[in-house]
Design a protein around this ligand. Structure first.
Ligand code: 5GP
Length: 190
């Protein structure tokens, strides 16, 4: 998506440690017109895939996932982050390593919202090492649901998470893939 690349070039800020800041349009302030375009783009990629639900993790995935789900006319579910693995029988839960905070956290979703007959599209703002998405894939597996594919707004290709998922046969679509970034600029995958 050319528009995403342009937006990152204009408004993204490269921080040390391989972090891209997009608080100006995606992560804190949200450019709602742009968000609608993202939702349309993701829905266009997966419209023929029989998606019944869009799944993401709170908090930064929610806006994009909701925008995509609205276009696909299906519910959006977000996994909640918990500090403890306080598991009861009513939830599916998995553990995720956070790249940005360098800690582990637990994600949980009520069994009521992921059903064996669901065909689930995973959506997130960033795809880096792929830990967050693998946690969500684990929840889908526990529910006995099917994975339709993954859509990320921004993939940091240099961290390899997206390509590892593709190598496993999972459909991964990213609206922009960054191959390199540093203080001299950002190089997108052609
Ligand atoms: P992964 O689990 O794929 O390593 O990282 C994905 C998660 O980490 C995303 O949900 C996102 O919130 C966060 N993340 C990873 N890299 C970045 C980044 O460069 N910038 C921001 N804002 N978040 C990131």
């Amino acid at each position: 998506m050319r528009l995403m690349e342009e937006k990152i070039r204009q408004e993204g800020k490269v921080l040390s440690g391989g972090i891209l800041k997009v608080g100006n349009f995606l992560n804190q302030q949200i450019d709602t017109r742009f968000l609608r375009r993202i939702g349309q783009e993701i829905a266009g990629l997966y419209r023929q895939e029989g998606v019944t639900k869009v799944l993401t993790i709170e908090a930064s995935g929610i806006a994009i996932a909701a925008a995509a789900a609205m276009e696909l006319d299906v519910p959006m579910v977000f996994a909640k982050k918990h500090k403890t693995s306080n598991v009861d029988g009513e939830i599916y839960s998995s553990t995720v390593h956070s790249f940005t905070h360098n800690t582990d956290y637990h994600i949980v979703v009520s069994r009521d919202y992921l059903l064996p007959e669901d065909r689930v599209l995973l959506v997130d703002d960033f795809l880096a090492n792929g830990h967050a998405l693998r946690g969500l894939i684990d929840l889908i597996r526990q529910a006995g649901a099917e994975l339709a594919g993954v859509a990320a707004a921004i993939e940091k290709g240099f961290q390899g998470g997206g390509d590892a998922l593709r190598a496993e046969g999972i459909r991964v679509e990213s609206l922009a893939v960054i191959d390199r970034m540093d203080e001299n600029g950002i190089v997108f995958r052609p």
